[in-house]
Design a protein around this ligand. Structure first.
Ligand code: RAT
Ligand code: ZN
Length: 420
């Protein structure tokens, strides 16, 4: 049907963005068969590392040690008191908790943590996964799977049943960022590697990657890279990229995802909450994607200052797919700015957002909040087209939105969307 008025356009776009199921291409969630690796419930929500960092800002009276010695529930109590009772929770990560509790139907007037906790004790993981995926309208979740984590490796080795809603991504940070210590872990797993990359080391690293690709069937290989990531460079990282990651990605036909711009552990006392960011060299991205035109790269960058040049680099390289507003960019003002700019430079050939959820329940807020902004930006973009005289068809708008919320990703992979 043809859109006749701006009012009709706004209503149709808003409704379609909400009604279209999402493929969430990067999360830290796990399927139920991974047991306690899947986090959910109000105490997990409150102890999300984003909220821990915010709590310390208001609590000079609490030492880092004292905080880390508390039980999870005690930490959650302290965070709730500090960020939700003593102050109004309008930071994005705090508002996220409010959205989740509200969407689950809790009475927010009472602010009674114990009542929320009682619900989570009464529900099974399996029912809760169904409930959250349905409420969040997320059809597929891509996990972050780390073969260097002994605990997670154990879960893969027991061959737990697969849940088609949770798909794998092979995460290889230790290989590229901590070779000095990770080579010995490969050795323990039976790969004949040496610290100096000599002999058959690179072939063994390729064998390691191929073994895990065979076991996990990942949609892509992924790494987070520091803000000073350089390419090319005389380093173990770049040799492993050139001689292991790239050929294996090519052979397996899967992309290499680079998440660039992290400064790890700027405050180690904050543990997981202690990482920061820095501007990176877009030249490194340009050089690697143009050198390997037959390999696909998914790229997100952490610094706001890199966003425009990353979008321009994607215009020049069709093997580069830009995704998500990552971590410190996952705030309404920045998502709006970045999404607007990307659609203006790249049309619909981007993945506007991923959730990065670490806790299942967060799917509710991350996608509610992002959908609202993506919808708003799309209303403006289609509105401008309407004013320019283009005839807008509902079917075409629906197609575009399905692409933005998952189709672009599956087409880039060259795989059918299994949930379609
Ligand atoms: O956003 C986060 O939760 C970060 O701690 C990281 O996990 C980041 O997203 C990553 O994947 O390295
Ligand atoms: Zn992440």
């Amino acid at each position: 049907m043809t859109i006749a008025t701006k009012e009709q356009l706004t209503a149709f776009v808003t409704e379609t963005v909400h009604a279209t199921p999402v493929t969430d291409i990067h999360t830290h969630l796990f399927a139920e068969s991974f047991g306690d690796l899947l986090l959910w419930g109000v105490d997990e929500l409150l102890t999300y590392h984003y909220l821990i960092a915010e709590t310390f800002r208001f609590r000079p009276d609490i030492s880092y040690d004292a905080f880390w010695q508390l039980s999870k529930q005690e930490q959650a109590d302290l965070i709730w008191q500090t960020l939700f009772i003593d102050h109004s929770p309008y930071s994005e990560s705090c508002r996220g908790v409010v959205t989740v509790l509200n969407r689950l139907g809790f009475d927010l007037a009472k602010r009674d943590l114990e009542e929320y906790r009682a619900y989570f004790r009464s529900v099974s993981a399996s029912d809760y996964i169904d409930r959250i995926l349905k409420l969040a309208n997320v059809k597929t979740v891509v996990m972050t799977n780390d073969p260097f984590d002994a605990y997670e490796r154990g879960k893969w080795e027991t061959g737990a049943p697969q849940d088609p809603r949770f798909l794998a991504a092979l995460r290889i940070d230790p290989l590229l960022n901590l070779w000095d210590s990770s080579w010995s872990k490969l050795k323990e797993q039976g790969y004949e590697v040496d610290a100096d990359l000599s002999g058959g080391t690179l072939a063994e690293v390729r064998r390691f990657l191929k073994d895990w690709i065979a076991r996990m069937n990942p949609l892509y290989m992924a790494v987070s890279l520091p803000n000073d990531f350089a390419y090319p460079e005389d380093s173990a990282r770049v040799r492993i990229i050139d001689e292991c990651i790239v050929p294996v990605a090519r052979e397996a036909g899967i992309p290499f995802a680079m998440m660039i711009g992290v400064k790890r552990k700027v405050n180690p006392f904050l543990k997981d909450a202690g990482d920061s960011l820095g501007k990176s060299d877009i030249g490194a991205v340009e050089r690697i994607v143009s050198k390997y035109q037959d390999v696909k790269f998914l790229v997100t960058m952490l610094s706001r200052e890199n966003q425009h040049e990353l979008a321009v680099t994607a215009r020049k390289n069709r093997n580069l797919l830009v995704f998500g507003c990552w971590w410190f960019l996952n705030n309404p003002s920045l998502i709006e700015e970045i999404t607007r700019m990307r659609l203006e430079l790249l049309g619909g050939s981007v993945i506007p957002q991923h959730s990065d959820c670490r806790i299942l329940d967060q799917l509710l807020y991350k996608w509610d909040h992002s959908r609202a902004i993506i919808g708003k930006v799309l209303c403006d973009k289609y509105g401008d087209l309407f004013d320019a005289g283009w005839r807008l068809e509902e079917e075409e708008i629906r197609r575009d939105i399905e692409d933005l919320l998952g189709g672009v990703f599956w087409k880039f992979l060259g795989k059918p969307d299994p949930a379609a």
